[in-house]
Ligand binder design. Structure first.
Ligand SMILES: Cc1ncc(COP(=O)(O)O)c(C=O)c1O
Length: 394
């Protein structure tokens, strides 16, 4: 049977990781893989997570199954994190999923089963898995204009012009904050206009929020999503605890459906659970149990929030440092976009030759497309990165 299969293609990020690991140069810098690192280059376990784990280990009395939808307390708390206080909250149902990746796939399957001729519009460029996940569910995928490589901001006029053409069979997949890979986020006015257009044209907004708290703060980062939720009748949300709780490998996230009525969103939840049963059946519990514990316990919640603020401030501090040092070294303001972008990433516009030279001449590793993981840098790396960028003609 298996001889009929093609040999597996190399995963570009994985091969970059291997190349980095095998590079003997002591001052090499990995700006590729999308994880947060502290100034010591470590992706830390947050103190609140560690404390919640210890409490769970001591208090948990069983490892019996939880249920198809995962931990309903987690589902409630994680929905509050994005939607608390909105009218739409009362029309919402949620399912715990293996990461936001699981949520993306479950919501894609939901759309494919509810409306098989759905067209999903993703940003150009978008998170590398958006297209394959949507296509694997059998959905047609199109791209809407998003990033202007010249100005390094969102071309909102072109994007909105595209949305004006859409209709009820269309779904628009938006990044809630901290756009991956570009770092360029939507203005409040654009969120507002998208909300109006969704109502006028009848398309369904789908918000993937994988970095809440990594941009301008927990509340601020969900402002666009909430604005949409206040306006549109139906909406989908995929949310992740990988970054803001540092729970990457625990695979913790949720698929959230806002329906016209609570009954509608519960029907959607029922359909997701049928599909979950036919795939992984139940999500892994440990990460969700940690998150539920943290969000329910005032002390742990405060600890977590201050740690998240510190991570956020560190990323934004690195961004300011890059702007400052690029201004001095290049005698120009053409790198100021690092300060305007939000979250872990910025698309730099470096071409493949420049990326190759950064690796060969400077031991600096970037993924294809020129995305930089600002959150992968240590403060001491900044002057080295600045000099190397200028050396390759950035
Ligand atoms: C935009 C976006 N969505 C979803 C995900 C997947 O996150 P998770 O680890 O929760 O599956 C990522 C991870 O990098 C992402 O950048």
């Amino acid at each position: 049977m298996f001889e009929q299969l093609d040999a597996p293609r190399q995963d570009p990020i994985l091969s970059l990781t291997v190349a980095f690991r095998n590079d003997p140069r002591p001052n090499k810098i990995d700006l590729g893989i999308g994880v947060y690192r502290n100034s010591e280059g470590v992706t830390p376990i947050m103190a609140a997570v560690r404390q919640a784990q210890i409490a769970l280990a001591e208090e948990q009395t069983t490892k019996s199954y939880v249920g198809l939808a995962g931990d309903e307390v987690f589902n409630d708390l994680i929905t509050d994190l994005v939607l608390k206080g909105t009218e739409a909250r009362s029309r919402t149902s949620a399912v715990q999923t293996p990461g936001a990746s699981g949520a993306l796939r479950m919501l894609a399957d939901l759309m494919a089963s509810a409306q098989p001729d759905t067209r999903v519009w993703i940003s150009n460029p978008s998170y590398v898995n958006h297209r394959p996940v949507m296509e694997a569910a059998g959905l047609q995928v199109e791209q809407y204009p998003y990033f202007d490589p010249e100005t390094k901001v969102v071309d909102e006029a072109a994007m909105l012009a595209q949305f004006e053409q859409l209709g009820p069979r269309d779904v628009v997949l938006l990044h809630g904050c901290c756009h991956n890979p570009t770092g360029a986020d939507l203005s409040e006015a654009a969120w507002q206009r998208i909300a109006e257009l969704a109502v006028e044209r009848g398309f369904l907004p789908f918000v993937d929020i994988a970095y809440q708290g990594f941009g301008d703060g927990l509340i601020e980062d969900a402002a666009g999503l909430r604005l949409l939720a206040e306006t549109v009748p139906e909406m989908l949300i995929a949310t992740s605890c990988s970054k803001n709780f540092g729970l990457y490998r625990e695979r913790t996230g949720a698929a959230i459906v806002i329906g016209k009525t609570l009954e509608h969103s519960q029907r959607a939840k029922g359909r997701i659970l049928e599909m979950a049963r036919a795939t992984y059946t139940m999500p892994p519990d440990h990460g969700a149990a940690i998150v539920a514990r943290i969000l329910q316990d005032e002390t742990l919640r405060n600890t977590w929030q201050s740690e998240l603020v510190a991570m956020n401030q560190r990323i934004n501090g690195l961004r300011s440092l890059l702007v400052e040092q690029f201004r001095i070294a290049s005698d120009s303001q053409r790198f100021d976009y690092f300060g305007e972008h939000r979250g872990m990433f910025s698309v730099t516009g470096l071409d493949e030759t420049q990326i190759e030279r950064l690796k060969a001449d400077h031991g600096i590793y970037l993924v294809g497309g020129g995305r930089v993981n600002v959150a992968g840098m240590a403060e001491r790396d900044v002057p080295i990165v600045v000099d190397a960028f200028l050396d390759v003609g950035a």
